[in-house]
Write a protein that binds this ligand. Sequence first.
Ligand code: NAD
Ligand code: ZN
Ligand code: ZN
Length: 344
Amino acid sequence: MKALQYPHIGAAPVLTDVPDPEPGPGQVLLKVTAAGACHSDIAVMSMGADQIAFPLPLTLGHEGVGTVAALGDGAKGFEVGDSVAVYGPWGCGVCHNCAQGKENYCLRAEKEGIFPPGLGAPGAMAEYLLVDDARHLIPLGDLDPVSTVPLTDAGLTPYHAIKLSVPRLIAGSTAVVIGTGGLGHVAIQLLRAMTPARVIALDVAEEKLELARSVGAHEAMLSDGKAAARIADLTSGNGAALVLDCVGAPPTTALASECVGIEGDVTVLGIGGGAVSVGFGSLRYEATVRSPYWGSRAELEEVLEFARQGVLDVHVEQFALDDAPRAYELLHDGKINGRAVMVP
Ligand code: NAD
Ligand code: ZN
Ligand code: ZN
């Protein structure tokens, strides 16, 4: 089958022929119907050999949906032909965190060498995807695979983050979203659906700000040297109840620190090498700083429920799998608006 692989350190991703996978005991084979490209893939492909914890080549794609093609011995709960979404952050399934559905925070995954598909295990940018266990699958029903696949990460990650801040996001409060790409443009919509907060979106590209406005941001502005002052103006100097940093680079974590209000939350989702320092005087009183990873299985069900209710408008740029290397070039250059989705 065809698969998009990151072959070795420093290389560009390439379309490769690999053997068709076959499901072993308990595993489920999916015929991939759509796979999303995340900026974290770019981060993985920028790492040095000492930073990558898994062997290469790697089939990319940690956002995947498909139809069940075959069930391994003992795999239960699904029928051939069912349309499903893949919960990506696989864990051991039995530790204290996994027992709560929080496999993203599995206590044993690292020790046992368990990796998410596309981030260590073979991913969804291929014709078929092998899923280790049926518990990682959530029925999609009639949801459109192409516009739904980004919700498995670009939806789930901000959903989990926003849920933690809902009690603070009361009427009259402000949420700031920095970076309105794949994650950010879904975050804006989730904020609007889950809270009465006013949403201020920031990005460095005018077309991304246009998208932010079109999906519900009350204000959208350039993320530049004047942004902190503008946000202070818009919040009467009080700052934001939540700053959701979907970039996480030094200029954005600095901006997030400046914009958060008293008792506000700074939640850093982006992995751009920035940091927020905590200490008396460095942030407003009693601000909370978090850096969450992905979300729980139950939360993915909740995000998909939002999609079923028709409140999410995921902006997708669709590519054939053959064209995936070009999609990654565009993503690298900041030229994808919304999410790039590959269809095999
Ligand atoms: P993306 O490329 O789709 O979007 C990033 C957006 O940020 C773009 O619109 C870009 O124009 C904008 N941007 C860049 N520099 C900026 C700046 N200085 N100020 C404001 N905006 C700026 O990326 P994505 O797939 O949405 O991922 C966003 C980040 O989140 C990445 O760092 C990714 O690795 C990370 N991520 C983290 C998790 C997690 O679990 N914590 C999950 C998924 C992605
Ligand atoms: Zn991701
Ligand atoms: Zn576990």
